[in-house]
Design a protein around this ligand. Structure first.
Ligand code: GRF
Length: 200
C-alpha cells in the first residue's frame, strides 16, 4: 500500500461533496481500499436520490442530504457544511461534481484543504460544460484537473492533471467517458499530494 503512495497514520479523514452521478466519489472510496490511506467520513449531496447518494448506500458510506433549496443564501448553505465538516474533524474536503458555487465561508474555513475536480486542462475551459466547450473549440487534446478551490471559480492552484485526446468523431458522451476514466485516477492522487501538506 505504501510504495509510491504516501503513508498516513492515522489515515486521512475526508468529506466529499457531490450533486450528480458520483463516479468520482466512488473512485475515491475504492482508492481508500487500496492505495490511498484515507477514510471517507461523510458524503454530502444536495440532490436527494442522486447517483452519488445511491453509490454511498451501496458502498456503506455515511451520506447526508444538505439541500441548497432549504437555505436563504449560498453563505448559509456553506456555513452548514462547514459546521458538519468541522464537527467530523476532517483533514480535507473533496468537491466531486458539486454543482454549486461555493463561497468564502467554506473556502476560508478549509484553506488549501478544499479540492475540486474539473473536466478540462485548466486554465482552459473554466466554468460550465467544459467538455462541450472543448468540443466546440476544435482542440484535439483536453483533459481533467484536480485543483485547490479559491474564491474565483476554477482558478485555484492545480494539484495534478491528465491529458485526454479528442478523437475526430467524438460526441459529448464519448469524450466525457474518456475524461472520467482519467478523473478517477487523478483525484485520489491529488488527495495524497495535498494530504502530505496537511500532515506536515
Ligand atoms: C466530473 O466530470 C467533474 O469533473 C465535474 O463534475 C463531474 C462529476 O462526475 N466537476 P461524477 O458525478 O463524479 O460522475
Amino acid at each position: 500500500m505504501c510504495s509510491q503512495w504516501p503513508c498516513f497514520d492515522p489515515p486521512l479523514r475526508l468529506a466529499v461533496m457531490a450533486s450528480g452521478s458520483g463516479s468520482n466519489f466512488e473512485a475515491l472510496v475504492e482508492a481508500t481500499k487500496k492505495k490511498l490511506q484515507a477514510t471517507v467520513e461523510l458524503l454530502v449531496v444536495n440532490n436527494h436520490g442522486c447517483g452519488a447518494q445511491q453509490r454511498a448506500q451501496r458502498l456503506g458510506v455515511a451520506c447526508e442530504v444538505v439541500d441548497h433549496r432549504g437555505f436563504n443564501s449560498r453563505e448559509d448553505l456553506d456555513a452548514a457544511l462547514v459546521k458538519r465538516f468541522q464537527d467530523l474533524g476532517v483533514d480535507g474536503v473533496v468537491m466531486a461534481g458539486w454543482m454549486r458555487i461555493v463561497t468564502p465561508v467554506l473556502i476560508d474555513a478549509f484553506t488549501n484543504r478544499l479540492i475540486n475536480i474539473h473536466p478540462s486542462l485548466l486554465p482552459s475551459f473554466r466554468g460550465m460544460d467544459a467538455i462541450g466547450q472543448a468540443l466546440a473549440s476544435g482542440v484535439t487534446i483536453t483533459g481533467c484537473s484536480a485543483h485547490v478551490v479559491t474564491a474565483d471559480v476554477d482558478t485555484g492552484p492545480v494539484i495534478t492533471q491528465a491529458a485526454v485526446p479528442i478523437h475526430p468523431n467524438d460526441d459529448h458522451a464519448a469524450l466525457s467517458a474518456r475524461i472520467h476514466r482519467q478523473e478517477h485516477k487523478i483525484l485520489p492522487w491529488a488527495v495524497a499530494i495535498k494530504g502530505k501538506e496537511w500532515r506536515r
